[in-house]
Write a protein that binds this ligand. Structure first.
Ligand code: NAD
Length: 482
């Protein structure tokens, strides 16, 4: 089934979008309305009042989980997948309502992706050596209790994706979710535990605290019973994890450039870039955050974005106004104004007195490679476009803008030499060619999905295998059958 099929089915069945226009058939469904009463989570089903109790419960649950056959873990994971599908609408609405960021229709798709493409036990891969001296196995086993920190941008998506991978590998997990997304995150924690109980297992495979804080996070990082730490978030949390003295998997920030050379299919490039950059209002860390384009095709690309992809082109004087609105001074530096993260493009335009209408999906402008709106990871539907002379300059500028995060980069080109040159130069965990950025996490692209891309510590796209440790088991002389 291709991406368009998935989108149209999800649009029909879940989002109940009845009106289909030419462009809405091409792009992911994007209803952003929140309505009805949504659950408020209190303690129970894996959610604890304090972190000490949560860790103790996860430790006890892990002791039992270790003894479970893989088949039983798979049954629980299958039920988690079903529970996600049953709750996509609620999860998506809770995420938007609680954080004020993103789009309900796109969050529905993200949860569907987690349910469909997060690997379970099958991806855990032992190694074998056989020879004259016998047989040696490298078995992958659990660490024990994982301490995990999750972001506000994909809150329940990350909890559910992490939980599937961590349970598959025989770990239990203690979450300290982003305080701004605690309710949504804890709803996801409860779904995991409901799934376990419904399969005849026990509670606390995934646990959390009702009101996560920096203190509860610090307690979790330092606790002797959390042996593996996994952080999904920005630079602050990555630093904390990497200086914890424990094994840490750090999925940090990105500022993914998308580079378009003169050989690209420009009509497709414009459509793919805007679809990727506007997905959940640019919240995903993999999303196109700025465009670098060879001068020869720049005008055509911009024109396609404006006329066929619902973009609003901002003139230079208005770019200054936009900069003042979405960036603020902090200790002499310009930083992102959180008020506008994940907001709709038309609302951002209204803040600078432009009424462009709800159909506007993305704000675009031309700027230099050192413009703060291009350098900063905005996580808003705003795309700066940098014009370059040729491929070599484009590669150099894109590498500079990626900022050494080694996270994600994308390219539109029909020249295999250019694609290879850029991929080698930028050296990112994800490199998508001729598709929207989300193809890199398995949406309209091959491969499994994850919402934890360990760019900083090098594991790349995480899955159950990432959350295991290796044990060598040696049988001397025997079991090598000649
Ligand atoms: P954030 O960094 O503000 O928060 C992430 C988590 O870290 C939260 O749970 C927060 O409470 C915690 N945290 C932050 N600083 C901390 C500290 N000093 N001590 C203890 N806990 C701390 O991130 P966010 O705004 O929720 O998410 C957006 C950021 O995360 C972006 O930079 C984005 O690129 C990145 N991100 C990366 C990935 C990935 O897979 N690499 C995925 C999603 C988001």
């Amino acid at each position: 089934m291709n991406e368009l099929d998935i989108q149209s089915i999800v649009s029909k069945v879940i989002c109940e979008i009845s009106e289909t226009t030419k462009s809405s058939q091409k792009k992911p469904a994007c209803d952003s309305k929140v309505g009805g009463s949504l659950p408020v989570i209190t303690v129970g089903k894996g959610v604890f009042e304090n972190m000490e109790d949560a860790i103790a419960a996860a430790k006890e649950a892990q002791r039992k989980l270790r003894m479970m056959p893989n088949e039983f873990r798979e049954q629980i994971i299958t039920r988690i997948r079903e529970k996600i599908r049953e709750n996509v609408d609620t999860l998506a609405k809770m995420g938007v309502e609680e954080t004020g960021m993103g789009r309900v229709g796109h969050k529905v798709l993200k949860h569907q992706l987690v349910a469909d493409k997060t690997p379970g036990t099958a991806c855990i891969s032992p190694e074998v050596f056989t020879g004259d001296q016998g047989l040696t196995l490298i078995e992958r086993g659990p660490w024990g209790v994982v301490g995990a920190v999750t972001p506000s941008t994909n809150p329940s998506e990350t909890i559910l994706c992490n939980a599937i991978g961590m349970i598959a590998s025989g770990n239990t997990v203690v979450f300290n979710p982003h305080p701004g997304a605690a309710n949504t995150s804890n709803y996801a924690v409860q779904l995991v535990n409901e799934a376990a109980i419904e399969c005849g297992a026990f509670l606390n495979l995934a646990v959390s605290v009702r009101q996560p804080t920096l203190e509860s996070g610090n307690l979790m990082f330092k606790h002797p019973d959390t042996v593996l730490l996994v952080a999904t978030g920005g630079p602050g949390i990555v630093k904390v994890i990497l200086s914890s003295g424990k094994r840490g998997i750090a999925a940090g920030a990105g500022n993914p450039p998308v580079f378009v050379d003169e050989t690209a299919n420009i009509v497709k490039a414009a459509e793919d870039i805007i679809n990727g950059a506007t997905f959940d209002n640019n919240l995903p860390c993999i999303a196109e955050k700025e465009v670098v384009v060879v001068d020869q095709v720049a005008d055509k690309l911009i024109s396609e974005m404006i006329h066929n992809n619902d973009c609003y082109f901002l003139s230079n004087d208005l770019v200054d106004q936009l900069t003042k609105e979405v960036l603020i001074e902090n200790n002499g530096h310009l930083v992102v104004n959180r008020k506008w993260v994940g907001k709709d493009a038309d609302k951002i335009l209204e803040a600078i007195n432009i009424k462009a209408g709800e159909n506007i999906r993305c704000i675009i402008f031309e700027g230099s490679k050192d413009h703060p709106l291009i350098v900063e990871e905005l996580m808003m539907p705003i795309l700066g476009i940098v014009r370059v002379r040729d491929v070599d300059e484009g590669i150099a500028v894109s590498v500079e803008l990626e900022g050494g995060n080694r996270h994600s980069a994308h390219m539109h080109s029909m020249n295999i030499e250019n694609l290879t040159k850029f991929a080698r130069a930028i050296d990112t965990a994800i490199f998508v060619k001729n598709a929207p950025s989300y193809a890199g996490i398995g949406f309209g692209g091959e491969g499994f999905t994850t919402f934890t891309i360990a760019s900083k510590t090098g594991e790349g796209l995480t899955n159950a295998n990432t959350f295991t440790k290796a044990r060598r088991c040696v049988m001397s002389e025997f079991l090598y059958i000649r």
